[in-house]
Ligand binder design. Structure first.
Ligand code: SF4
Length: 306
């Protein structure tokens, strides 16, 4: 009996120890799995950003890239991936992060400077009270985002010139591009989206979108795992653009129901056949007879040479 009494606690201790070992082993396994998943995700984003940069000649030797940082998941991810690519890039380029403080009530001014100091990136905080202008100029009941974005772009592009930035990097991703394509078709009567690289209308800035090939879901997951200090964009109290929201939901639904559809749609944006559309500026439909005559003459020449 005595033995049993003294032995029992040891059995308990051994069992507890075994359970603890099991738990710590499975925790370690989970950790390793999570790490593997994170590495895979990071690699995929790096690969896609690197490919977009090469495909569109986005960054060249000596470029000073101004990274527009709003404090949202997309711009944090863009900065992080560009920083990691910069370390092994075949060309030498520099990065400067710029945030526009639009003077929205409640904007947490300390968040971005603290983050950027911590990671050691050169940065500027540009202060422009676009918030008051937007509130004053937008009619009651209308959404403020269009004017707000226009003013933001104007301020940022002007500042890029001031600091000698040769490229302005924006954090739009694949879904942003597809949403814009549909919005332009549905409401603008034009077949256009957001290009991965663009010369601004005044010719002063070259804009690049390094996340053009990246899925929004990957960016959201990366941002979550990196625990970026996100600043919401709706501090101004604006409703999100309703039409964009509707198109976004449509794409999310399609992605769930028809895997691969978004990939194909994005591929279509990169694979345009002007002769199969109806834009007379892009394709000379009127001159088809002349083209036919030229082709006929060329065929006859070849036959005669044989
Ligand atoms: S939600 Fe507010 S801050 Fe964001 S783009 Fe719209 S108006 Fe501007």
């Amino acid at each position: 009996m005595q033995d049993a009494v003294t032995f029992d606690p040891d059995v308990d201790a051994l069992e507890t120890q075994a359970l603890e070992t099991d738990a710590s082993e499975s925790e370690a396994l989970l950790d390793a799995k999570a790490k593997r998943e994170f590495n895979k995700l990071q690699k995929r984003l790096r690969r896609q950003v690197g490919k977009a940069i090469i495909d569109y000649g986005m960054i060249n030797e000596g470029d000073r890239v101004m990274v527009c940082l709003s404090g949202g998941k997309d711009s944090y991810t863009m900065l992080e991936i560009l920083r990691s690519l910069q370390r092994n890039a075949p060309v030498d380029f520099s990065l400067v992060a710029v945030n526009l403080d639009q003077k929205q009530p409640g904007f947490p001014e300390h968040v971005l400077p603290e983050y950027l100091e911590r990671i050691g990136v050169e940065y500027h905080i540009l202060e422009r009270d676009t918030y008051s202008v937007v509130m004053e100029k937008t009619p009651e009941g209308k959404t403020t985002c269009a004017l707000c974005s226009r003013l933001r772009r104007g301020s940022l592009y002007g500042f890029a010139e001031q600091i000698g930035a040769t490229k302005v990097a924006l954090g739009h991703h694949r879904e942003d591009i597809l949403e814009t394509l549909f919005l332009n078709m549905f409401f603008g009567g034009s077949l256009k989206a957001m290009p991965p690289k663009l010369l601004s209308d005044d010719g002063k800035n070259i804009l690049i979108r390094p996340l053009a090939y990246c899925r929004e879901a990957d960016i959201a997951e990366f941002s979550r795992l990196m625990d970026f200090p996100i600043i919401p964009c709706n501090l101004c109290g604006s409703q999100p653009n309703l039409q964009r929201q509707v198109v976004k939901e449509m794409l999310v639904e399609w992605d769930k129901k028809f895997p691969g559809r978004l990939e194909n749609m994005f591929k279509a944006v990169t694979n345009v056949a002007p002769s199969q559309l109806a834009d007379r500026e892009l394709f000379d439909f009127v001159g088809l007879e002349e083209k036919q005559a030229r082709q006929r003459a060329a065929r006859i020449d070849i036959q005669q040479e044989r």
